[in-house]
Ligand binder design. Structure first.
Ligand SMILES: [Mn+2]
Length: 258
């Protein structure tokens, strides 16, 4: 492997109950949605998924050396997925919180903290941004509509990756230097939760017109920890109106190469 090609770790999504037609009787799957790795690969990264250790296997969680993993990789990429357990940010789960996967939550928090200890860059999308926010003591809206934050939906399941809305880039952050302060873009939106209290030490980088926080980053310029609420992996050029995804990925990979 060439030293200047960044090697990026992706944590898996977990499928605890595999549909019987797939043939994995009684087994669990750990998986990656391919547009995520295509986005990383399109800018020259080498991508590897880092499986977790599940209860019932031959290994125990304690056998997983997350610091060893963080030492080997140049950066961590956190995918989207199920809602985070609200107990992680001090709330009881309400019925609007769905599909909590506590084993994934614990594993990704362990990984995130290990990469941060190692001083390695971290980029999170959707759930990944929410994970970053709560890892550094922020909180989430369990549901944007029932919390009265917005009447506009940020989540239209039947439109899925075709649904988009406008955001505005705020002054003074990394996104302002990559995209221009005050610039407006359309971004894809597939989320019903979002940051409520933004983690101390983090900056709001972009917001939707209803005020929903759409991007955050660590204020410390030496630590590249960035989250976006949208899915840049779906901004693949099919819809030319959507925000260009390359400057974000190029900045992440440049930080990973340093
Ligand atoms: Mn949104």
């Amino acid at each position: 492997m060439t030293a200047d090609i960044p090697l990026i770790a992706i944590s898996p999504r977990l499928l605890h109950q595999v549909p019987s037609e797939l043939g994995f009787r009684g087994k669990k799957l750990q998986f990656l949605e391919q547009s995520v790795s295509h986005w990383l690969s399109s800018e020259g990264a080498i991508v590897a998924m880092v499986p977790t250790i599940e209860r019932g296997g031959e290994l125990r969680r304690a056998d997983l050396d997350v610091d060893g993993i963080a030492a080997r990789f140049d950066g961590l990429f956190l995918q989207g997925g199920a809602d985070l357990d609200p107990r992680l940010y001090g709330e009881d789960p309400r019925p609007c919180t769905v599909g909590v996967d506590s084993s994934r939550d614990r594993f990704e928090l362990d990984l995130l903290r290990a990469f941060d200890r190692a001083g390695k860059p971290i980029l999170g999308i959707c759930r990944g941004m929410q994970l970053i926010n709560i890892a550094f003591a922020g909180t989430l809206h369990q549901d944007l509509v029932s919390d009265g934050v917005t009447s506009d939906s940020h989540f239209i399941p039947e439109s899925y990756d075709d649904h988009s809305h406008a955001i505005t880039i705020r002054d003074g952050g990394r996104f302002a230097s990559w995209y221009g302060a005050g610039q407006r873009f359309r971004v894809n939106s597939i989320h019903h939760q979002a940051a409520k209290v933004v983690a101390p030490g983090f900056l709001v980088e972009a917001q939707a017109d209803d005020g929903v926080v759409e991007a955050i980053s660590c204020i410390d310029p030496a630590r590249f920890i960035v989250g976006v609420q949208w899915h840049p992996e779906f901004h693949d050029g099919r819809d030319p109106q959507l925000m260009e995804r390359a400057p974000l990925m190029q900045s992440f990979l440049a930080a990973c190469s340093r």
